[in-house]
Each structure stands twice: as C-alpha cells, then as structure tokens.
Design a protein around this ligand. Structure first.
Ligand code: GAL
Length: 738
C-alpha cells in the first residue's frame, strides 16, 4: 500500500516525468514485488478467514449460562463420560447476576482455530486452570493445558489440566473442549485496548515494566468451535460450587476410605501383605486399606488384570481374609493390556492404532469396550470384594504414551483421548461399583473437568513437600482432590512433617511401593506419626461431614484460603530487582499463599517443613484460635508460629464446632462412639453433622441423617437426634475457650 501511494504521489509529482528509465524500472520492480508479497501475507487487507463475534449466552440454571461458539465438536470433556449437572441443587441456588458485562467476551475464528478474549481488570486475579505445584494465582502466566505427568514447571502440563478459570470478580468459565488449549492469562496487549498500559521509557522511568498491564485473558482453541459455560457467584466459592455441581457434584467416600492407607512393596505376596497388616495391628497404627502395586498382576507393564499365581494363588480367599481383618484391598493398574491376555483378546475390536509398552490401548468411549472391562473387573476382582483401583499412567508421558497421531475405532485421535482417558476409566469403574450399590474410593493420575463426582484422588511421582501442599491449595479451584502421599523421608523430621500433611488431606496414604517404608521407619518420630494418624481418626465425623457438603453443595473439602468468605484477594506484588543474570527485566514477584489451606469450613492447616521450627501463617479476617489449646492467635494478620515436630499447626475459626470421636484404629470402630463437640472462640456458629450407612449409594436416595449443631452466646444447642442412619452414642460439648 505504502508503495502504491508513493507511486501515485510520484505520478502527481512532476519529477516522475523526469525519472530516468533505470530508476523507473527499479521502482516498478519493487512495486510489483511488494504487491505479490502483500497478497500472500495479507498485510494490507482484512483476512477473509478472520471473523469476530460477541458471544450469545443462554441461561441454564440460576447463575449459569452456556454458549456454543461457532461449531463446537460433538465430543467434549463433559459428554466424554456420563456427567450430568446436579439439577436440583443448582436450581435451588440463589439467583445471581454476572459480575462482568458478558457482551465483552469476544470470540474470533481464524485459520481453523477459535480465539477467546475475556476482560481483565487491573486488580483482578485468576485462579484454577489446572493442578499447579508452584503457583496459585495465574495472572501473568501462559499455560498450555495438556494432560501430562507434572514435569516440575507450572506450564499447564499436569495431571488435571482443567480448562476452568475462576476470577476474583466472582465468575468462572469452563472451556468445554477435549483438546489441548493455550491460555494467555493477562499477558497480551491489544492494539485497540480500551485500557492500554502507560507508555514508559526504560532509560528514564523506573516504573517501566517488562510485562505492561494487559486487560484481557485469552485462549486459543484448535477446532471449529467450542462450548463455554459461565458460572457466576456472590464470591469465588459460590462460583466453584456451581462448577462442581454442574460437573456432577462432589461425592461421599465410603467410611473406610477415610481411614489410613498403606501401599505395600510391589512384589509382596499375599502372605507378606497379611503379615504387614498384622504388624500395624500389633503396633496400634491405623489401617483400613492396603494397596497392592503391580506385582498382583501376573504380568505388568502393560497389565494382564489377572492375579499372579505365585504371589496370590487364591485371590478370593485372600480378599476375604483381609476383609476379616477389616482391611480393604485397592489394586494398582494401568489400562493398557498385556499382549495375549484374556482381556486383550476380548478387546480386539476396540483398540487404538498404537501400543503402550507393547500393550493395546482400548477405546473406552465405545460402550462394548467398557462392558468388557467392567465384566472382567467384576468377575476377577470386584466380585471378590476388592474395594477399588489405583489408575496409573493415564496422564501419560510423551515418550511412552500413545502419541497424538494415534487413532481409535470411535474416530477420536490421540490428543482428544489423552485429555479424557483418566475420566473414562474412572467413569467405567465407578459405574461398575454403582451397579452393586457399593461405594468405592481410589486413586488416579489424570482427571479433567467432568470428573468431580468420581470417588478418586489424584497423586503423582513428583515428591516436593512444598509442591504437594500447593497442589492441595489448587485442587479446590479445579474440581479435583489430591493426596500428598508419603513415600520416603530425607530425615526423620521430613518423614514426620509429611505424615502430618497427609493426615490432613483427602486421603491419608503411605505409598511404600518402591521404598518399603513403614510408619515406624524413623523410629525416633514414630509416636508423633501415630498421634497424627489417630488425630485424623478422631476427626472422622468432621471429615465425613465436609465430604457430605461437597456432595450436597459442591463446596470442596480442601481449598485455598482465597475461597474464604471475606478474604481479600489482593496478592502482594513486590517490584523485581534488576539483575543482569537472574532478572534482566526486573520482573515483579507476586507473593501468594501457597503453603496453608482449609480443611472444611473451620480448620486451617499450616504444615511445617523439614528444617523449620517456625513459620509464617496468614490469618484471614475474623478471629482464629489454636486447635490444640483453644487460645486466641490473631485476626487479619500474618503471625509467626513455632511448632515442635510433634505437631502440625492447626487454626480454627471463631464460632467453629468440631465434632470428634475418641481415637480408633479402624473405621469399623467408628459406629457407636461417643461424640465430643469442641467449640472454639466466642462467635455464634453452626455445623451440620452428617451420617449414613457409610458404604452404599442409598444416601443419594435420601437415606442419611443430619444433625444441626449450633452455638449461640457461648452455649451449644442440638436439634433432635436422628433415629435412623445415625451411628453415634452420647454427645458432650467441650468449650475450648480460655
Ligand atoms: C508409578 C506410580 C507409583 C507406583 C509405581 C508402580 O507409575 O506413580 O505410585 O504405583 O508406578 O510401578
């Protein structure tokens, strides 16, 4: 264009007429070359393939809107399985408006992709977008949401790359696609921005920023369209609740699932396992579930799903015997089939184009493939009384998983299958247990949106204690649960600190598959390990009730303090220091709270790490009390706490009621126990104590009991004690008020 105008300008200019022939030919040559170039790059015209539109939202439930942007693909994260929104609960929620002008959400279609843009205010923070191990708030990050094992960096490749973000403004969006997507969380600056950043000269202005303010959150979605679901809420917690309920709602684990878990070394035989369980008994250490690792299979990896004849010659009898010790068995597996095994033969018609460790990869989106697997599980494991599975390797590691170019008989490709493989396997397993009206509780290494109602907890091979706690913090933004499993300890101190954290998590588990560790491996701290495991058992009524709340209201049982009512979302931003090697752009640092979290509505957990005798704890607004002593500790401030290795710092909210039972070793001893209701602080408070049969799905049909506990003006009150589905004895109040 520029050249064309120059040319016309020259024509108008008499001088043109005086141009020499050589000059003219040069001029015309450049002009022609530029025209060819601009036609191919399209720089001087609007690309006819680019089409933008504002999004039309349709109301689905109070505070939830849906939109089909262009042509979404038929297969997505929510319909990959049989996820159904919990309609009744969603319809029962308050009507709430969207806190942003939804008309400002813009979609653009270009070159076979969809770009989405959401507005972003100066102070707004963004959470979620996957299970991260180092960060909590995501503003300023670029993420590639891609199912993967965690490789040490918060870049979107993780065990739960959930494409759902929560904004501190009180809304969230699920980008319901089973493709890898890119997120630019407040990094891009558009030329026509209504809120452009200030232009600054780096030479003279100390406020120059390498990443100038961006007023948007953008996504790239490969494909012709995408479905979006918009969730509003009076605060971020309500947004998360709506998201969870929309994705099927939370679940209530079987009671035994909340006891202590121990995974035995991979090649243990039935005799070794029983012997080990009996040592736990002898030592009085809690134990409800034993996890068998690859050695229970006759062949692994990939898996035969058949019992090893040498190590487990009589699996039915063995399972029964362990049940006699009140111990459930959980079986490790990966879903790739051993060549020539029975399952492999039966699955022949339903497998993908590629293998994993020479094993075939079933297409579990095909109903017949699900049935083959379910039938096998029922006949050889579930039918014997096996309580659940640990579903390994479904997150994939690029170099051994099926590649994205893999194809499957249902027409899916490797990318799509990878995003949902964990969900598919959890779904078929859960359905099989549901058929027998028996709850299960298990582990999985990959979950995505749509998996909220599956009774599984994520784990991985990464082993940073800090990272494990940050994952606990993030799990609540993503509709998943996470266990900071204990495997080994660098020292006795590291060991006990990790034990303390895991006992305040969704699943208290020691995974000794490789190291053969036992709770008493570090004898010098064994008593402290036992104390904290027994404390978890004492808290079972509280923990069970917060899971019930997850089911009824979608409130996650473990979550970031950012989700507390009244929590100010402002994160402290400290200006980066210029350093030619480490920080040449003087990038700012955001101080976020990633080492403390909530367990239910009342208990804040602030784990300690190896080498620490003191730590900082941020107390959100409202008064907080020490769990152990009931002493007042502070309000809306950062405090320093000291804790010997015998204790994990726990803080309780003003007005909290914590129901506890005496210490027990196994969950079979739970029923019939007396209840102690501990009251903290001086504020009025309520807590709904939940109970049911602990093992069937009858609670979904209303067979459960609740008791509302209430403190008013320092005195505890009870509603009528339920007569059915209620398993507690005498109830006493204990006022932890000093
Ligand atoms: C890993 C898994 C471990 C353990 C191991 C057994 O993939 O993360 O927890 O189960 O396999 O081989």
């Amino acid at each position: 264009m520029l050249f064309t105008s120059l040319f016309l300008g020259e024509v108008a200019n008499r001088k043109f007429l005086n141009m020499s022939l050589t000059k003219l030919s040069f001029f015309l040559f450049f002009q022609a070359a530029f025209l060819v170039l601009s036609c191919t790059t399209g720089t001087d015209q609007v690309n006819p393939d680019i089409e933008s539109q504002t999004i039309n939202w349709e109301k689905e439930f109070p505070g939830i809107w849906k939109s089909e942007v262009y042509k979404p693909s038929k297969f997505n994260l929510l319909n990959a399985t049989y996820t159904q929104p919990r309609e009744k609960s969603l319809n029962g929620m308050d009507v709430v408006d969207a806190p942003i002008d939804m008309g400002e959400v813009v979609a653009t279609k270009a070159n076979g992709k969809v770009f989405l843009r959401f507005p972003l205010d100066r102070e707004e923070q963004i959470y979620g977008l996957g299970l991260h191990f180092h960060s909590v708030q995501q503003r300023g990050r670029i993420l590639k949401l891609h199912m993967d094992h965690y490789g040490g960096r918060d870049n979107g490749r993780t065990h739960a790359p959930v494409p759902f973000f929560v904004s501190s403004k009180g809304y969230g969006v699920l980008i319901n696609t089973a493709r890898y997507i890119d997120a630019y969380v407040g990094t891009g600056v558009t030329k026509d921005s209504k809120n452009p950043p200030v232009v600054r000269d780096r030479n003279t202005d100390g406020n120059w920023q390498a990443m100038p303010y961006s007023d948007n959150l953008e996504f790239v979605i490969p494909g012709e369209g995408v479905e979006l679901i918009f969730f509003a809420g009076k605060d971020m917690m309500e947004v998360v609740q709506r998201f969870n309920l929309y994705c099927g709602g939370g679940f209530i684990p079987p009671k035994w699932g909340l006891g202590f878990w121990h995974r035995t070394p991979t090649l243990y035989s039935d005799k070794d396992v029983e012997k080990e369980a009996l040592i736990f008994k002898e030592k009085g250490f809690p134990l409800d579930v034993v996890g068998l690792e690859p050695g229970w299979h006759s062949k692994a990896y990939p898996c035969s799903f058949e019992w090893s004849k040498e190590r487990f010659p009589e699996p039915g009898k063995f399972t029964e015997k362990m049940l006699g010790h009140n111990i459930r068995l959980n079986l490790w597996c990966n879903p790739y089939l051993w060549p020539g095994s029975n399952l492999d033969k039966k699955m022949e018609k339903y497998i993908g184009s590629h293998t994993v460790w020479n094993g075939t990869v079933p297409d579990y989106t095909i109903p017949e493939a699900r049935k083959v697997m379910q039938g096998h599980m029922l006949k050889h494991q579930i039918g014997f009384g096996v309580s659940g599975y640990k579903i390994d390797e479904v997150d994939g590691y690029d170099r051994w998983l099926f590649p994205d170019v893999a194809t499957f008989p249902s027409g899916k490709d490797g990318e799509t299958m990878r995003q949902v493989y964990g969900n598919l396997f959890m779904d078929l397993t859960t359905e099989q247990y549901r058929k027998g009206n028996t709850r299960t509780f298990g582990l999985v290494r990959a979950a995505n949106a749509g998996s909220v109602s599956y009774p599984f907890v994520i784990y991985n091979d990464y082993y940073s204690h800090n990272g494990f706690i940050t994952a606990l913090v993030n799990s609540g933004f993503n509709g998943v649960l996470w266990t900071p499993e204990v495997r080994s300890g660098g020292s006795a101190e590291d060991w006990v600190r990790r034990m303390q954290t895991v006992c305040f998590s969704p699943m208290a588990m020691l995974n000794a598959w490789a190291d053969g560790t036992k709770p008493w491996t570090f004898n010098e701290v064994y008593n402290h390990c036992k104390e904290v495991a027994l404390l978890r058992m004492q808290l079972l009524p509280y923990i069970y009730s917060i899971y019930a709340d997850y089911y009824f209201t979608g409130r996650p049982p473990f979550y970031a303090i950012n989700l507390l009512e009244g929590y100010s979302h402002e994160e402290k931003v400290t200006k980066g220091k210029l350093d030619g090697t480490k920080n040449p752009y003087a990038m700012a640092q955001v101080k976020e709270v990633k080492d403390q979290y909530m367990m239910g509505p009342s208990i804040m957990v602030a784990p300690m790490f190896e080498g620490q005798s003191e730590r900082k704890v941020l107390l959100p607004a409202g008064k907080w009390y020490d769990f152990y002593t009931g002493d007042y500790v502070g309000s809306d401030e950062e405090i320093s706490v000291e804790a010997g290795i015998d204790k994990i710092p726990l803080f309780v909210k003003d007005g909290a009621i914590i129901p506890m039972i005496p210490p027990i070793r196994q969950t079979v001893e739970w029923a019939g126990n007396s209840l102690e209701l501990r009251v903290y602080g001086h504020a009025d408070g309520k807590f709904i104590l939940y109970d049911d049969d602990g093992e069937t799905f009858n609670y979904e049909r209303g067979e459960y009991a609740t008791l509302q506990l209430e403190v008013k003006e320092g005195k505890g009150h009870l509603n009528e004690i339920p007569t059915q589905n209620w398993n507690y004895g005498e109830i006493t109040w204990r006022y932890m008020v000093n």
